[in-house]
Design a protein around this ligand. Structure first.
Ligand SMILES: Nc1nc2c(c(=O)[nH]1)N[C@H]1C(S)=C(S)[C@@H](COP(=O)(O)O)O[C@H]1N2
Ligand SMILES: [Mo]
Length: 438
């Protein structure tokens, strides 16, 4: 299958040339295949016509004429082989090695609000450790009355809770503070996932160990080679922080921290320590004990923003997008996703003219706090160029800022927390490119 390419048009003409030499019956399937992968409007409209002219009954495919595979031929199910383009991807020049790197979720292919576990973006500081759950221990100590060491079995005996929340790296979109660099939605917004997480509320366990009245911070440490360490304020720990061991109905994937991770709903992803081995209750954050914080946002005056824990509301149009161009003229369901680390997405507006006029989109399906929320708007596209934008507003009243508004306050030195309104340029031929407007 063709890999994602920055030159959609180049690929299209390639497919078109190849198709011209085929008999009509073969061409139909081939064209449809090409459309799913890349597609452009003029070409796509041709394919739709071919399809309409072929009577379905004359086409009895091979798989209708024989028995298929029996049960348990695949003990753990996998996606169809025809979906092998729906995968995590990384940007090779972003990091020096794959062990300290990040891959992105193919959010242009996502349906509904749940990210399948195998497609959740991965962020490692020292590669993926192979943790044996039988040998793994979670230690909870520090300013507590009764320090404890938990096995995974111990942990699973506590009352459990399941929540659906997004998880986003604050560097999502961070490559584009200075200008556009990425010609794919997967790379502009793909450091984002939304799963059902199951585990124990941290407050339940803190209750049991009995924290000191002077406790202010919880230091969390991972069991990977980076022994990644972050501190979270006690208020968050006692609010909705969880110790999770399951994801989308099964045990955590190794990539997501198997057998146990911390999960801080709505907060920057780095605080959700994977392969969690230690929680130390204290009165100081970790950066006052060890090194200086990496997770600050450098401001134009050289000062840094600290404690920018919350992932503020953000949104992006997922169809059309560079990977999903417009296939034909006419009525389209424009679709997108919005999310807010403060709470629930209240409203999403869509602009077709680069922010001059706005229309309110419809929120679709489940609308949950701190979760991916889908929106849609019906448009009738007649081949005119458009500048597509979406603007999310959450129930705290926070309105997603324009790029100019964000840069006015934060400059463009930071690599974190770029949640500004995103613009896609839709061309007359249906292709979509990444542009920046004020
Ligand atoms: N132990 C450990 N925890 C970690 C990391 C890590 O490298 N080691 N990366 C963090 C970062 S920066 C992010 S954005 C999230 C990503 O979670 P995911 O890989 O499950 O998508 O995990 C966080 N937890
Ligand atoms: Mo991150």
């Amino acid at each position: 299958m063709k890999k994602l390419t920055t030159s959609t048009r180049g690929l299209l003409s390639e497919i078109k040339d190849e198709a011209a030499e085929m008999p009509v019956s073969e061409r139909r399937n081939f064209l449809l295949k090409g459309l799913q992968l890349t597609a452009g409007s003029a070409f796509a409209m041709g394919a739709a016509k071919v399809m309409a002219e072929t009577p379905a009954r004359s086409n009895v495919p091979a798989w209708t004429k024989k028995l298929g595979r029996g049960v348990v031929s695949v003990p753990y199910g996998q996606p169809s082989k025809y979906e092998d383009d729906v995968i995590r991807r990384t940007v090779s020049w972003l990091t020096a090695s794959t062990e300290s790197s990040i891959s992105m979720t193919p959010i242009h292919e996502m349906k509904g609000i749940i990210t399948p576990s195998g497609l959740v973006f991965e962020r490692y500081h020292a590669g993926l450790p192979d943790v044996n759950p039988d040998e793994h221990r979670l230690i909870i100590h520090g300013m507590v009355d009764n320090p404890i060491t938990l096995t995974m079995d111990d942990l699973m005996r506590y009352p459990s809770e399941s929540v659906i929340h997004f998880l986003e790296c604050p560097a999502n979109g961070g490559m584009e503070w200075h200008g556009t660099q990425m010609e794919a939605l997967q790379f502009t917004h793909g450091m984002l996932s939304c799963c059902e997480w199951t585990g124990v509320k941290l407050s339940t366990i803190l209750d049991e160990v009995g924290i000191s009245a002077d406790a202010k911070w919880v230091l969390a440490e991972g069991a990977d080679g980076a022994t990644m360490t972050r501190s979270i304020p006690i208020e968050k720990a006692l609010d909705d922080t969880m110790i999770v061991y399951a994801q989308n109905g099964e045990k955590l994937r190794p990539e997501q921290g198997y057998p146990v991770r911390l999960f801080n709903p709505g907060w920057e992803g780095n605080t959700s320590i994977k392969w969690l081995r230690r929680l130390e209750i204290g009165d100081k954050p970790w950066y006052q004990r060890e090194e200086t914080s990496k997770y600050t946002d450098l401001m134009p005056d050289g000062k840094a923003r600290k404690f920018s824990f919350i992932q503020e509301t953000n949104s992006v149009i997922t169809s059309p997008c560079p990977e999903r161009p417009m296939l034909r003229k006419g009525v389209h369901e424009l679709e997108g996703i919005a999310w807010s680390g403060r709470g629930t997405v209240k409203r999403v507006d869509v602009s077709l003219d680069g922010g001059v006029t706005w229309r309110q989109a419809k929120l679709k399906g489940l609308v949950l706090p701190k979760a991916i929320t889908r929106f849609s708007l019906e448009i009738n596209w007649q081949g005119e160029p458009l500048l597509l934008q979406s603007r999310s507003i959450d129930d705290s009243g926070y309105v997603q800022p324009t790029l100019t508004q964000l840069r006015d306050i934060r400059g463009s030195n930071s690599i974190y927390h770029k949640n500004s309104i995103h613009t896609w340029k839709l061309d007359t031929d249906g292709t979509v490119s990444n542009v920046q407007l004020g």
